[in-house]
Design a protein around this ligand. Structure first.
Ligand code: PCA
Length: 198
């Protein structure tokens, strides 16, 4: 089984992105990795191109959600780009659709709740999130779900909390070690392999 696993570069003044730190370390066969700029549209298009090129059975996108208190599989994506912060290319989006005329919400084609229970059973702090935000992570998540509608390629998004290397800048925040985030992502991929059984 081939799984496309994506992560984002550091953004918003951070020196690292825990998603990138963990994804680069994820082990296991059949995993194709793609590292994305934090740019509306561009990141989504790069992911779409990689899907066409590699024809994966599943796509798992991973991003940082600083402030979260665990690993959070996302249940759905919104057709909305909106943030007070510009993306890494300086583009500011306020209430723009990701895909004009497309549905307001698209649901993960992984069982986010099932994945969360699996992660918790393995000892990781995890909870389901019902909002991937309206910034670049959601942009990629929505676009991937939209592009894969009607196919049998499963897709989902996992937000991860800060890693301990970021605690100096965020002393009060919840953080996990990069090793723990990596292990949680490896467990999430095991869950997907188990569920898809291809
Ligand atoms: N997190 C941001 C964008 C890149 C990332 O890792 C987000 O949640 O939109």
């Amino acid at each position: 089984m081939k799984i496309l696993l994506t992560a984002f570069e550091p953004f918003g003044g951070e020196r690292v992105n825990p998603a990138l730190e963990a994804v680069t370390r994820v082990a296991g066969g059949g995993v194709i990795k793609l590292y994305l700029p934090v740019e509306y549209e561009t990141a989504a298009k790069l992911t779409r191109e990689k899907i066409s090129e590699c024809k994966p059975d599943a796509v798992v996108c991973v991003g940082q959600a600083g402030g979260r208190k665990g690993i959070t599989p996302e249940s759905c994506a919104r057709n909305m780009r909106s943030s007070a912060s510009p993306d890494s290319a300086g583009r500011l989006c306020r209430s723009e659709p990701v895909v004009p005329g497309a549905p307001e919400t698209l649901c993960s084609t992984f069982d986010a709740a099932g994945m969360t229970e699996y992660l918790k059973a393995k000892g990781f702090p995890a909870y389901v999130s019902s909002s991937a935000g309206t910034y670049v992570c959601n942009d990629v998540f929505y676009f991937v779900l939209y592009a894969l509608e009607g196919t049998d390629v499963a897709a989902g998004f996992i937000h991860v909390p800060f890693c301990t290397e970021q605690l100096a800048a965020h002393p009060q925040a919840f953080a996990l070690s990069t090793g723990e985030i990596t292990a949680a992502l490896e467990a999430a991929l095991d869950y997907i392999r188990m569920k898809l059984k291809r």
